[in-house]
Design a protein around this ligand. Structure first.
Ligand SMILES: Nc1ncnc2c1ncn2[C@@H]1O[C@H](COP(=O)(O)OP(=O)(O)O)[C@@H](O)[C@H]1O
Ligand SMILES: [Mg+2]
Length: 244
């Protein structure tokens, strides 16, 4: 049975979509079958980070409404094991019946080993839809105090939803600043009050590759791409130390 992983944040713009695309492509590189679902209704952009914005893709509502089947979901041309469903454009998240979305995920679990849900910012209906059926939640935060505080608030809400596996990913870490501040992995975990799944450095390649509409991990072995591969290995259950 596949695992549903929601990528969420408190604050907007912390890098959910970039991290979601990085982890999904890393797992596809490792030979896993992966489905990515953009849950950011109205502000979708996971297709750009995956480098497939030029492709026609069905939305998850096309499948939920029974108009198409999951087998018809777009297949990534560079990662044959990676399928993609975009977010519907003309729909309010609060009008989506969560149980219908849950049925879609139940189907997807039968054929995919990992199903990634790229959540919208904040803690409203879209976030709740993504979090509801997830087996594991990755909370993406920046390292700055405002982001960490918002992440801690989102974590409180998720704990009320009794989500079993809640982990923090700290994105856009500036390694020079970290060493100047003598910041440790424990300091970061203490601030957010959450166990750490991984850290991703500030890396201009993230924005550059998205601007080129190419997946970050293609041709990138260092920086944020390497960090995503390390986190993907942890998702697979391998022991990979977190290093700053
Ligand atoms: N590790 C990183 N290094 C540099 N820029 C990043 C990094 N992660 C994300 N970004 C940039 O930050 C912006 C917001 O990222 P995005 O993934 O769209 O965030 P969200 O989905 O949380 O709104 C984008 O311009 C993206 O390219
Ligand atoms: Mg996003």
């Amino acid at each position: 049975m596949g695992e549903v992983i929601a990528v969420v944040s408190g604050k907007g713009g912390t890098g959910k979509t970039s991290v979601c695309a990085g982890l999904a492509t890393a797992l596809a590189e490792f030979g896993e079958s992966v489905l990515c679902i953009d849950c950011d209704i109205g502000l979708r952009n996971l297709d750009i980070s995956l480098g497939i914005s030029q492709m026609d893709a069905l939305s998850f509502m096309d499948i939920c409404r029974g108009e198409y089947t999951l087998e018809q979901a777009a297949v990534h041309p560079e990662y044959p094991g990676l399928r993609f469903l975009t977010a519907p454009m003309n729909c309010q998240p609060e009008h989506i019946d969560p149980s219908v979305f849950g049925n879609l995920l139940r189907q997807a679990r039968k054929t995919c080993s990992y199903i990634f849900l790229d959540a919208p910012a904040g803690i409203d209906a879209g976030f709740q839809l993504a979090a509801r059926y997830a087996d594991r939640i990755l909370l993406v935060s920046g390292a700055d105090p405002a982001s960490v505080r918002d992440a801690a608030r989102a974590a409180e809400l998720l704990e009320l939803m009794e989500k079993p596996e809640l982990r923090l990913i700290v994105n856009r870490i500036n390694l020079r600043m970290v060493s100047a501040m003598k910041l440790t992995v424990d300091d970061i975990m203490d601030r957010a009050g959450l166990p750490l799944m991984g850290i991703v450095p500030e890396d201009p390649q993230v924005t550059l590759r998205a601007a080129m509409e190419k997946p970050l991990l293609k041709k990138n072995k260092k920086g944020a791409a390497a960090a995503c591969r390390r986190i993907a290995m942890r998702i697979l259950g391998l022991r990979v130390p977190v290093e700053l």
